[in-house]
Design a protein around this ligand. Structure first.
Ligand code: DWN
Ligand code: SAH
Ligand code: ZN
Length: 415
């Protein structure tokens, strides 16, 4: 089980102030580092420890593996595996097309972390000039295969300059679940400044710190996520780059996300929602260190409850199978010590994960057909953020007496 070690300290990636981890999840592997048996002896580990910067309000992890260790030609996450997420990104794209891009002549849209083209394909289909910037070569190739123009590289200020030189300035720079992945965030914001037209917009969404704190969704904390944004921290960051948050739009996806719309300071009026969200963050105490002491206690309690439940089911001889080998599950299995004696296997629809072992605790990952062929007594829902979608398509499982175990916002058995 993970040892608590509060010694990790360093400097805030945004403002440079000294920061100190308020807890540690202990030794963690690469969240999407699914392994063949032969790779287990050389598995890579780092210490996963979150910190809150009291100076600029940025929540972040203290140590992050090098980006190339996480994003490469065998990146295991393909965005289009969720039908609900496909619909979500269709709406996102249409909102941009009918909103900011409506009256622009020959607009140009760039997306960071465009993955398999889940969002940009709607621009491609509409004949809109677009470019995906996606360092993970396998998912970038999947995007190209569906007609989405994609370069396989990391976005930063240099990339922005080169894209502008080749394609001209961008009217919109988009990103979903990518901005929070990039430790050199100043370079990305500087790149936005370089790339955007004077009235261009930067629109991105990521898991929202307020939801993580309120729901004890600690599994959002893993290697890929360097940052956990709030309106306060994004506003402070924007200010350093002469940008401004002009709107915020809460999104239900990934357990609670926030979409931030940014533009050059003064270029647009600021929506009232921005001030309202700032006020709600103050009421929630997102800027107070005590909030994170409470989060630490809630996380520890969640672990004890989940372990107690799984140990009890094991004693009763019940079969428990994990559902969806998510990145988030790597934090849960490693932090809670969930090994194959507690969870027989994890069912997942991604071919690249199947036949491999989960990072760190080495639970076999098997295709969904294995789940359906012989339902377990309990399914531990590692894809809780897709709960509605998954439970709707697994009615036969609950119909046959199967039960769901969830742990966000609290450990409970459903069905
Ligand atoms: O931020 C990130 C988000 C957008 O996606 C990335 N850093 C990595 C990834 O996180 P995740 O792995 O936690 O994402 P999801 O979308 O919660 O889980 C995806 C996994 O779930 C895939 O391996 C497919 C699997 N899945 C499944 O087996 N059956 C998903 C659904 C909806 C299903 O029905
Ligand atoms: N936008 C998709 C994918 C999110 S996963 C979605 O919401 O489903 C994060 C993606 O960001 C990965 O595909 C990863 O390769 C990519 N990424 C990581 N660092 C990046 C960077 N510096 N520039 C562009 N993309 C990056
Ligand atoms: Zn800071």
């Amino acid at each position: 089980m993970a040892e608590l070690n509060h010694s990790a300290s360093c400097r805030c990636r945004v403002c440079g102030a000294p920061i100190e981890a308020f807890m540690s999840f202990g030794r963690m592997p690469i969240a999407n580092g699914f392994l063949a048996a032969s790779e287990i002896p050389s598995e890579y580990f780092f210490e996963l420890a979150p910190a809150f910067c009291g100076h600029c309000g940025m929540f972040q992890i203290v140590e992050q593996p090098r980006p190339e260790k996480m994003f490469h030609a065998e990146y295991a996450f393909y965005s289009s595996t969720s039908r609900y997420m496909q619909l979500h990104f269709e709406k996102f794209a249409l909102g941009v097309l009918e909103g900011v891009l409506k009256d622009r002549r020959d607009p140009f849209v760039v997306e960071l972390g465009s993955n398999d083209g889940i969002m940009l394909r709607h621009f491609a289909a509409g004949g809109i000039r677009h470019l995906g910037v996606e360092p993970s070569a396998n998912v970038a190739a999947a995007a190209r295969a569906r007609g989405v123009r994609t370069v396989s590289r990391f976005f930063d200020e240099t990339a922005a300059r080169e894209i502008r030189a080749e394609d001209g300035p961008a009217d919109a720079l988009l990103g979903a679940n990518v901005m929070c992945h990039i430790p050199y965030i100043h370079s990305v914001f500087a790149g936005a400044n370089t790339l955007l037209t004077p009235r261009g917009v930067l629109i991105f969404e990521d898991p929202y710190l307020g939801d993580i704190v309120e729901k004890t969704a600690y599994d959002q904390i893993y290697d890929e996520h360097a940052f956990y944004f709030s309106c306060a921290s994004i506003s402070a960051l924007a200010l350093r780059h002469e940008l401004e948050v002009i709107d915020v739009l809460p999104q239900p996806v990934h357990g609670g996300s926030m979409r931030y719309v940014l533009a050059r300071a003064g270029a647009y009026p600021v929506a009232e929602a921005v001030q309202r969200l700032r006020a709600s963050e103050e009421a929630l105490g997102l800027e107070r260190p005590e909030t994170y002491d409470r989060l630490r206690a809630n996380v520890a309690r969640s672990r004890e409850e989940l372990r107690a439940l799984l140990l009890d089911l094991k004693r009763q001889g019940r079969r428990v199978v994990g559902y969806a080998a998510t990145s988030k599950s790597t934090t849960v299995t490693n932090y809670c010590g969930i090994t194959p004696d507690l969870v027989e296997f994890i069912s997942d629809t991604t071919p690249l994960k199947q036949g491999k072992f989960s990072p760190g605790t080495h639970i076999p990952v098997r295709p969904h057909e294995d789940f359906a062929a012989r339902y377990p007594d309990y399914a531990l829902l590692f894809g809780w953020n897709h709960g509605e979608e998954i439970m709707a398509k697994e009615r036969a499982f609950t119909g046959a007496g199967g039960k769901w175990i969830v742990y966000v916002p609290k450990v409970q058995v459903l069905g």
